[in-house]
Design a protein around this ligand. Sequence first.
Ligand code: 5GP
Length: 188
Amino acid sequence: MSKRGVLFIISGPSGVGKDTIIKEVLSRTEDVKLSVSCTTRPPRVGELPGVDYNFVSKDYFEQLIAQDALLEYAEYCTTYYGTPKEPVEQMLQNGIGVILKIERVGMEKVIRIYPDAVTIFIEPPSMEELRRRIVRRNTDSPEAVQKRLKRAEEEISLSGDYKHHVISGELETAIEEVCSLIRTYMQK
Ligand code: 5GP
């Protein structure tokens, strides 16, 4: 029987650079895949259905909840986000490392089901830099930026229970740090 894959949970405030870091990590590590979440928010420019997210309606999302098809889900800034259950378990059984890019409510739920999951929190070098990155992304209204920053502050203050913390100051350094963590756990 082949070795079971490792489950990685990567969290961090919106705008911290998680997406860029994870994309690079996926291209630099072997046998690791990203779990594609379902969300009820509309795609941002450049986001592809089935790659970045499965973009679904609120009704469809609520059906998934009713069918118990989600490993976890959370409501974040008035939008639903959730992890489809079946694909994650399939990949782990096939020896594939799986990255869940989810926020802390989801992380707490997943840890109850998969206590060995490796938790990684990506932090901004400062709140001012986080604000700059969110504003530069130019996808949110000023109110949405404020909401995201407030949520970010809460998330950072509660992040003490993540096993690993990576600061996304210099991006390349952060990418290599996450790659190195993943390689280490995959070899264990
Ligand atoms: P964004 O809208 O910026 O893509 O994501 C907003 C937040 O939702 C991020 O913190 C992201 O990690 C989180 N998120 C994305 N997918 C999921 C999911 O399936 N479950 C949970 N709990 N959070 C998610």
